[in-house]
Design a protein around this ligand. Structure first.
Ligand SMILES: *Cc1c(COP(=O)(O)O)cnc(C)c1O
Length: 454
């Protein structure tokens, strides 16, 4: 070890990493050689210190690669939950950088010079955009739902339709969330049909019901012989029994869906006008902002949420609030939102535009010696929204001599990683979800992974 530490090749390592880490890496390099000898091998550079230093350098450099990497999403799924959902607007990133770089008035009232509330940020934008009386931002929509249930109905029954006891994804199951929030599940109706009278019966039979909950089915659709009570009907009923109507809306769409070429999808403002008392949505789905859960609704309910000790455990930090505020501000003007929020711009992209981008990418790949084909395809909105909806798309299909699986793996494991789709034995790249400034890197990565890099 002394000889290895004194070797000239080790000096740059000692400059870059703490001595203990270098010693540890050199020790692991030695152990590797011992293990090979133990297995009957005869390593050829057994007495060459540089061989151990090279291994140590690889180990040290490998440990410095961040676990969380920026990825090029060429899968054509806009709110790809596994890839971090919404890419953020430049305005949001700038606000997050500003808030995170130094200090911020997170909990400080600047005019008064005393302690303020972190819960004050974003409230006026959220009430302006949704028409709600008050609003609260928490960690995500799951947290929003837990907080709402725990605040409004701890130890008491909450009426929910059997058709809405869904799993949203990642093991997020509505019945389990209700239970863990400390409320009792009072199921009504059947999987495909729940009538207003089913809710009424439950409210009549149980005088301790604390709330009625309506859940957006999100990633799941039922069709055929179905029936459900509308939000308006439920609001009328719940109001008559003097219990609040909670609505887990999920997707967080704030612009009119036809502006994005998407079918009708309920929005928080509409849910509130329909009579919901408290609505919960995600910040990083169709709102296109950072991960957050937004609760909007009646003043006394939102005040009660803020007063719940759980709220402290579910709160968000200054960087999230800054990004969310900038995203919400863009939403004041739907045109600015669609232009400035990448997820919305991607959804609004027209097929002609996507075809043009696909053809230009294909031409660049062909020039780099890659075998490709441009074909129409389909993408998805993702994030558990718009289940079954196929977004018309244009794709570049790549053929590599080494095989599809090897190509896809090479794309995923290089830097930056590229995630595409595999369809009919080809790697398929969609440009809808590729940011314009990522195209050069995409060309280079595909050429490299397909083995045609010159
Ligand atoms: C997505 C979704 C959730 C979970 O939201 P997160 O922000 O991912 O926690 C909860 N409820 C509904 C209806 C959803 O669509």
């Amino acid at each position: 070890m002394d000889a290895l530490l004194a070797a000239p090749a080790t000096a740059p390592l000692l400059e870059r990493w703490a001595r203990d880490r270098v010693v540890d890496a050199l020790r692991r390099a030695q152990e590797e050689v011992r293990a090979r000898i133990g297995a009957g091998e005869v390593p050829d550079r057994l007495e060459d210190p540089d061989a151990y230093v090279e291994t140590a350098l690889e180990l040290l450099a490998g440990a410095d690669v961040p676990s969380l990497k920026a990825v090029i999403n060429a899968a054509g799924v806009v709110l790809h939950t596994n890839l971090g959902r919404a890419p953020l607007a430049p305005a949001a990133l700038e606000a997050m950088r500003r808030a995170g770089r130094g200090y911020a008035n997170l909990e400080f009232d600047l005019p008064e010079g005393r302690r303020g509330s972190r819960y004050a940020h974003c409230v006026s934008l959220l009430t302006e955009l949704t028409g709600a009386a008050d609003a609260l931002v928490v960690n995500n929509n799951a947290a929003a739902l837990v907080l709402a249930l725990n605040t409004v109905a701890l130890g008491r029954p909450v009426v929910v339709s059997r058709g809405e006891l869904v799993e949203i994804g990642g093991g997020f199951r509505i019945p389990e969330i209700l239970e863990r929030s400390g409320v009792r599940l009072l199921e009504v109706g059947s999987t495909n049909r729940t009538r207003l009278s089913d809710y009424r019966q439950a409210l009549e039979e149980h005088d301790d019901v604390a709330a009625v909950l309506k859940v957006h089915r999100s990633n799941f659709r039922i069709s055929g012989f179905t029936e459900e009570a509308s939000l308006e009907e439920l609001a009328g009923l719940a109001g008559g029994f003097d219990v609040p109507l909670l609505h887990d809306l999920g997707s967080g769409l704030f612009v009119a869906p036809d502006r994005l070429g998407l079918p009708e999808e309920p929005r928080a403002a509409e849910a509130l006008s329909a009579g919901a008392d408290l609505v919960a949505v995600s910040g990083d789905k169709l709102l296109g902002g950072p991960q957050a859960g937004l609760l909007v609704g009646r003043e006394e309910l939102v005040s009660a949420l803020r007063a719940n000790p759980l709220c402290r455990a579910l709160r968000v930090g200054k960087v999230t609030l800054a990004g969310l505020e900038a995203t919400l501000r863009l939403h004041r003007d739907p045109d600015a939102a669609i232009r400035g929020i990448p997820a919305l711009a991607m959804l609004a992209a027209r097929p002609g535009e996507l075809e043009e981008r696909a053809r230009s990418l294909a031409a660049r790949l062909v020039a780099a010696g890659v075998e490709v084909e441009v074909l129409p395809g389909t993408g998805a909105v993702g994030g558990g929204t718009y289940p079954g909806l196929e977004l018309p798309d244009w794709t570049v299909r790549v053929t590599a001599s080494g095989g599809t699986e090897a190509l896809a793996r090479a794309l995923r494991t290089g830097s930056p990683p590229v995630v595409g789709r595999i369809e009919e034995g080809r790697v398929v790249l969609s440009l809808r979800t590729v940011l314009p400034d990522e195209e050069d890197a995409l060309v280079a990565r595909v050429a490299e992974a397909a083995g045609t890099e010159t």
